[in-house]
Ligand binder design. Structure first.
Ligand code: AGP
Length: 327
């Protein structure tokens, strides 16, 4: 057993606590965003993928949004022509040096900062104009798991607050859906053991940041070479690298988007391993397409965990990595 797997198993509790504690805060953030002419969303690594996830939801809500790696928010991309700009900064630790540089740059340019962190005592929480604290609890494994799940949950709460609380009911159910996914991990373990050395993740739209997170999780825990594409982008060149040492994992979006890609992969001798609510190698409970992202995330994390264990890697303490990048 790994600490990483223990922390994945804590996700249902982290989710229900984060959701119940932050509904009112999400309404405050939604009000701020409604008045903003430009919203930057920044983060590093896994927290950057949370930024892309939230940006996709904000764009869907009619908010002009730009996701960008925290280390890249600087004079090279900034324009002072935006009135009342906002920077939403995701950082699990609240101490990663790049997230703090994003916060400091913003403050020097009069950009309002909203820090989303799992550490209420952190520099980010204490110095952002507004802060949201996620409730994942202490996370020890270097690979972020439950702390990322709650970043997505906060994103969904903000989206819900901006869209007349249409998802209220399904959000309350999210924790038990994720619990069902985690309890049903024998198929995931079995598949994780059979994967090839090179892994490609495909996911479209809201699931593209999950595909990127899948590839990162594989790289940092099992040391496998992994990459991610927005599903149909795979056809625009990268599919040429598909060989018998490559496993392709596809997060189902909708049939039109996915089927031509699955067909093309099979025509050239490969097989897409599918994760989805229907007709998939790993089937998860059917729910709203936004909540489905939380289920997909747990599957991806478990796949990475089991793959790393199967390869005999030190899953919780990967070489050259530390929990917080401070320099
Ligand atoms: C994810 O598993 C990694 N630990 C890493 O990408 C991490 O998310 C990144 O370094 C950002 O850290 P932060 O969220 O503490 O700012």
């Amino acid at each position: 057993m790994t600490i990483m797997m223990d922390e994945i198993r804590e996700e249902p509790r982290s989710l229900s606590q984060t959701i119940s504690h932050n509904k009112d805060k999400a309404k405050v953030i939604a009000e701020i965003l409604r008045d903003s002419s430009m919203v930057y969303v920044t983060g590093s690594g896994t927290s950057y993928y949370a930024s892309v996830f939230l940006s996709t939801l904000l764009l869907k809500s009619g908010v002009p949004t730009f996701p960008i790696q925290a280390s890249d928010l600087n004079g090279a991309v900034f324009s002072d022509r935006f009135s009342s700009p906002v920077n939403i900064i995701f950082s699990q630790s609240g101490e990663n040096i790049d997230a703090l540089s994003s916060m400091n740059f913003s403050k020097s340019k009069n950009i309002r900062t909203i820090g989303i962190t799992n550490n209420p005592e952190s520099t980010l929480a204490r110095n952002s104009h507004v802060s949201i604290v996620t409730m994942a609890g202490n996370e020890l494994s270097v690979a972020a798991t439950k702390s990322h799940t709650v970043q997505l949950a906060i994103s969904i709460l903000i989206y819900d607050a901006m869209n007349s609380h249409l998802l209220d009911k399904v959000i309350s159910n999210a924790s038990s859906l994720v619990e069902r996914v985690i309890l049903n991990d024998s198929i995931v373990k079995n598949l994780g053991n059979k994967l090839k050395d090179h892994v490609v993740f495909l996911g479209a739209g809201l699931y593209y940041p999950l595909a990127m997170e899948g590839a990162l999780k594989f790289k940092e825990t099992s040391g496998s070479y992994a990459e991610a594409y927005s599903t149909r982008e795979y056809l625009h060149g990268p599919i040429h690298t598909l060989d018998d040492q490559t496993s392709v994992i596809l997060l189902r979006t909708n049939e039109n988007n996915d089927n031509s890609v699955i067909k093309k992969i099979s025509e050239i001798g490969g097989k897409a391993i599918t994760i989805g609510p229907y007709d998939s190698d790993i089937t998860v409970p059917q729910t709203d397409s936004i909540i489905l992202a939380l289920e997909y995330l747990s599957v991806i994390q478990m796949l990475a965990n089991y793959r790393a264990q199967f390869k005999g890697e030190d899953t919780d303490h990967p070489r050259f990595l530390s929990k917080v990048v401070r320099e």
